[in-house]
Design a protein around this ligand. Structure first.
Ligand SMILES: [Zn+2]
Length: 255
């Protein structure tokens, strides 16, 4: 055979062996597998996986509500503390959820709850933290700034220490995000933080009786800064405690 013919046959045989490179991709029909029913006897033998109780539940408590309007602004139209607390608390919840924490609110609308009901709500849920959101009021219209309360209990040293730590972190972060004036962390004998069994704080996000401060708080962008500071403080506290959120803690806040 002539070399040229030999080369021709060689190329033909290579093309047939490898298949045409330009052929269409093979279509596959995927037949779903039928789920197999595990016999009852075997199911009983499978050891049950113990799911640990989620201890990361954070109860967010928007202050006041319903017939209890809380404080109100001196300027018109009147700004009610109960409404501002609810809006801020919803933003806090949104931030915390975006960080991967499990949260629940004591109220999500304009309903009235007693202070005892709020504390019982958190205790029944065996919450990890209790965070109450309020705005401040004073006779002196010049009073302004942000403060955070914790309950100082002698017999409950651990709870007191944790609450104080949480209060400090939340205040620090709110001051960073808002650039507001810090009035410090304070001991406060308030029912919601006294009656709750877990560490708890009351955030007073500013004075709605101060004309300048209430103007700022009314602005959703500023309110969001307060909420972000609260959420960041809570996150820092929980991270220091060794609790990791379920999702990436650097997830973008959704609020
Ligand atoms: Zn209040």
């Amino acid at each position: 055979m002539k070399p040229i013919l030999r080369l021709f046959f060689l190329l033909i045989s290579i093309a047939l062996a490898t298949g045409c490179s330009r052929s269409m991709p093979e279509e596959r029909i995927i037949i779903p597998e039928r789920p197999q029913k595990i016999p009852e006897k075997i199911v009983k033998k499978i050891p049950q996986i113990m799911i640990p109780e989620d201890t990361r539940l954070i109860v967010i408590d928007p202050g006041h509500g319903g017939k209890d309007q809380g404080a109100q602004s001196k300027i018109y139209p009147k700004c009610l503390e109960k409404n501002m607390a609810l809006s801020t608390a919803k933003m806090v919840e949104s931030f915390l959820r975006s960080y991967g924490y499990k949260t629940v609110m004591t109220r999500t609308d304009d309903s009235y709850l007693t202070l005892k009901e709020r504390a019982k709500f958190a205790n029944d849920k065996i919450a990890k933290l209790f965070v109450s959101v309020h705005f401040n009021a004073a006779e002196n219209r010049k009073a302004h700034g942000i403060e955070v309360y914790y309950f100082n209990s002698e017999p409950e040293k651990k709870k007191t220490e944790s609450s104080k730590k949480l209060a400090a972190l939340v205040l620090d972060n709110v001051i960073v995000t808002t650039k507001g004036k810090s009035r410090g962390i304070k001991h406060g004998n308030f029912a919601v933080i006294r009656e709750t069994k877990m560490p708890g704080i009351i955030v007073e996000g500013g004075f709605i009786t101060n004309d300048d401060e209430v103007e700022k708080i009314k602005d959703a962008a500023y309110m969001k800064k307060i909420a972000l500071g609260i959420a960041q403080g809570i996150r820092k506290y929980l991270q220091a405690e060794g609790d990791c959120p379920r999702r990436d803690s650097n997830a973008r806040p959704v609020a």
